[in-house]
Design a protein around this ligand. Structure first.
Ligand SMILES: [Zn+2]
Length: 189
């Protein structure tokens, strides 16, 4: 069951480790403007949508900043945890969409646990349907899916395309696929 993932500290630890790797990769590439060295410029977020207690390291969004005086360009590495500026964790936003299709009772239960209101839910649905599907990221990626993904059912339809036995593996595969979205290119609703 997908919802149990949110209560699993090991799952969150794994996502954190992925984000560390993505940040290290971005750091090796240097500044995107002047190619100079970059420093850590991590900042704290208050992510919502977890169902277990986690250490403070889970609240940091990894970020980098050019070390060169006069440039100081900020670079936000890809992330499997944060979907752009959204407050809720990417995994939570995907799960909510899965449960939405799965039936009203389960949906209500998760809504209570995670504390999402109706307005957020509606916003997320619009985000997937209107903003996500119009992004260059998706416009480029969708040709790689055969048969085509039913865009009205994203993100659930996408999750179904990632194979792997365990639900956790599929979720991680989808989060990895979506990770490039978060490099400051995501438009909030
Ligand atoms: Zn620079």
């Amino acid at each position: 069951m997908y919802a149990t993932l949110l209560a699993d500290a090991t799952f969150h630890d794994f996502l954190l480790a992925c984000d560390r790797d993505l940040a290290a990769q971005a750091r090796r590439k240097g500044c995107r403007r002047c190619r100079g060295r970059v420093h850590s410029g991590n900042y704290r977020r208050k992510p919502r949508g977890r169902l277990c207690r986690l250490g403070p390291e889970h609240n940091w969004r990894f970020s980098l900043c050019c070390a060169r005086h006069g440039c100081r360009t900020r670079k936000t590495p890809a992330s499997v945890r944060f979907l752009g500026p959204k407050v809720y964790l990417a995994a939570t936003i995907i799960l909510i969409a899965v449960l939405h299709e799965g039936g009203a009772a389960r949906m209500r239960r998760l809504k209570e646990l995670v504390g999402v209101d109706r307005r957020s839910l509606e916003r997320w649905r619009r985000w997937w349907r209107e903003i996500f599907t119009a992004m260059p990221f998706w416009q480029n990626a969708r040709a790689g899916f055969m048969p085509p993904v039913d865009e009205k059912r994203i993100p659930v339809a996408l999750l179904e395309r990632f194979s792997g036995g365990a639900t956790e593996e599929r979720m991680i595969a989808l989060l990895r696929f979506l990770a490039p979205l978060t490099g400051g290119q995501v438009q909030a609703l």
